[in-house]
Design a protein around this ligand. Structure first.
Ligand code: FMN
Length: 198
């Protein structure tokens, strides 16, 4: 059994999987471009169908000219706490690809699945590097598509706020109660051998 922070795994795993979690309290640190490049480099090595690498990341760092515009891509609730983060990434995926030897693009069924793997790698690398990455589905998709001129061939998957974990006292009281690594359903609730039993 592996234990870390408030979490205990049912089976032996590397502690990094328990130590990654998604805080909402961030210090107001800025992040060096080199740190962000390291997290994106980890994402780069994710597996994907046909090695098509459909993930795309468009980002802004606190303290740059892009920051306020990217904060505006989040819904009001998320903007409330993510304004203290150091970077906001918009995660996109390309819905089509040209198979090996073909010139015409066809639909890539796994574009979201592959991009999910890439975000997972990025989040783990951020955690290993002493930062935290928090996924965000609460975003203004139409606004993002228009403002960043995202072609229809690309899905807007989510956003990610990255920062250094901060003092939970900086959050609204309701959020302070939730500011702790969350538990998980038992493994038997999502994996079964031989038949679908859920
Ligand atoms: C794709 C995705 C979307 C999420 N959207 C939001 C969000 O809009 N707002 C928020 O506060 N947390 C959001 N979360 C964070 C999840 O609630 C969190 O990952 C989950 O409760 C598990 O907790 P942990 O990441 O600390 O292990 C999102 C996470 C993911 C992966």
């Amino acid at each position: 059994m592996t234990t870390s922070n408030t979490r205990t795994a049912e089976h032996p795993i590397d502690r990094q999987f328990l130590e990654r979690w998604s805080p909402r309290a961030f210090t107001q640190d800025t992040i060096p471009e080199s740190a962000l490049q390291t997290f994106l480099e980890a994402a780069r090595w994710a597996p994907s169908s046909y090695n098509s690498q459909p993930w795309r990341f468009v980002y802004a760092r606190r303290g740059t000219e892009h920051w306020t515009r990217f904060l505006g891509f989040l819904n009001e609730f998320n903007r409330g706490w993510a304004q203290h983060a150091a970077a906001i990434l918009i995660v996109l995926s390309k819905r089509t690809f040209a198979p090996p030897g073909a010139t015409d693009a066809v639909a890539l069924a796994s574009h979201s699945f592959d991009t999910g793997a890439a975000w997972g790698y990025l989040a783990l690398q951020a955690s290993l590097s002493g930062w935290k990455a928090h996924g965000l589905a609460g975003i203004e998709r139409d606004h993002i598509r228009a403002e960043l001129a995202i072609p229809e061939d690309y899905a807007i998957e989510a956003a990610v706020a990255i920062g250094r974990a901060g003092d939970k006292a900086s959050l609204l009281e309701a959020l302070q109660k939730r500011e702790t690594p969350s538990p998980r359903q038992p493994l038997s609730s999502f994996a079964a051998e031989g038949q679908f039993v859920f």
